[in-house]
Design a protein around this ligand. Structure first.
Ligand SMILES: NC(=O)c1ccc[n+]([C@@H]2O[C@H](COP(=O)([O-])OP(=O)(O)OC[C@H]3O[C@@H](n4cnc5c(N)ncnc54)[C@H](OP(=O)(O)O)[C@@H]3O)[C@@H](O)[C@H]2O)c1
Length: 212
């Protein structure tokens, strides 16, 4: 498949490109900063420029691909304005681009418990933004899968997870999130599903098949 990854220089995305490549896919890594091109290319994706906040229509940048992955995010240092412009509106722009370009498959990296606002004001805006983006995707008519990880960690992957519709809070290495995102693309029946994701005991493919 030809796959476009939005937020391609992000930490999860950089772990995802080599997996997608080794699964035989052609990966387009959409980045906003051209200085990140070499790193993204070394990770296995073909870099292309797309700043989600600079234009309303990103369909030209996304191009004619078979699947899109939303791995972007305004990030921990950002304020409320960018939670809306990246985490919600950026994800919705990708829905619009997918529809315009005839791309049916969309995998979203969301977050656990975004319908249960907690934390400070900016974090609550982030949760609302993610929640609204996920809702827009569920209602889009596309073949969507929404992966909602718990707290992201940078330790080594275990390859073992818990996947479910309403899990207790937990943690998961970014590398395992990347592996789950890659795996759902290999399992078309995962379309139409939204799952919480934390570390666990079950191998990734088996956990997805059990959840189906
Ligand atoms: N932190 C947690 O515990 C947690 C838990 C669950 C889910 N999540 C979600 O998981 C997502 C991915 O995590 P991560 O650690 O891989 O994130 P990350 O490293 O912060 O990566 C986000 C990427 O989005 C890109 N981006 C920001 N604004 C953009 C724009 N206007 N146009 C295009 N790209 C833009 C950034 O580009 P630059 O490289 O140019 O800055 C960055 O590469 C997070 O954003 C969050 O929504 C986080």
């Amino acid at each position: 498949m030809k796959i476009a990854v939005l937020g391609a220089h992000g930490q999860i995305a950089m772990l995802l490109h080599p997996i997608l490549k080794s699964n035989g896919h052609d990966v387009i890594g959409l980045i906003r900063n051209p200085d990140h091109s070499d790193e993204v290319e070394r990770a296995g994706a073909r870099p292309a420029i797309c700043d989600l906040e600079a234009q309303d229509d990103i369909s030209d940048a996304v191009g004619k691909v078979d699947a899109v992955i939303f791995a972007a995010g305004a990030g921990p240092g950002s304020g409320a304005v960018r939670k809306w412009s990246v985490d919600r509106d950026g994800a919705i722009k990708l829905i619009d681009a997918a529809k315009k370009n005839g791309i049916s498959r969309y995998v979203m990296i969301s977050a656990m418990k975004v319908e249960e606002p907690r934390g400070n004001e900016v974090f609550q805006v982030y949760q609302k933004a993610k929640s609204e983006a996920d809702k827009a995707l569920r209602e889009s008519g596309l073949d969507w899968t929404i992966i909602r990880p718990g707290r992201l960690a940078d330790n080594l992957p275990t390859g073992r997870i818990t996947l479910g519709s309403d899990l207790e809070s937990g943690e998961i290495p970014r590398a395992d999130v990347a592996a789950v995102v890659a795996e759902v693309l290999e399992i078309p029946e995962s379309a139409g599903h939204q799952w919480d994701l934390i570390s666990g005991d079950t191998l990734i493919e088996a956990a997805i098949r059990q959840a189906l």
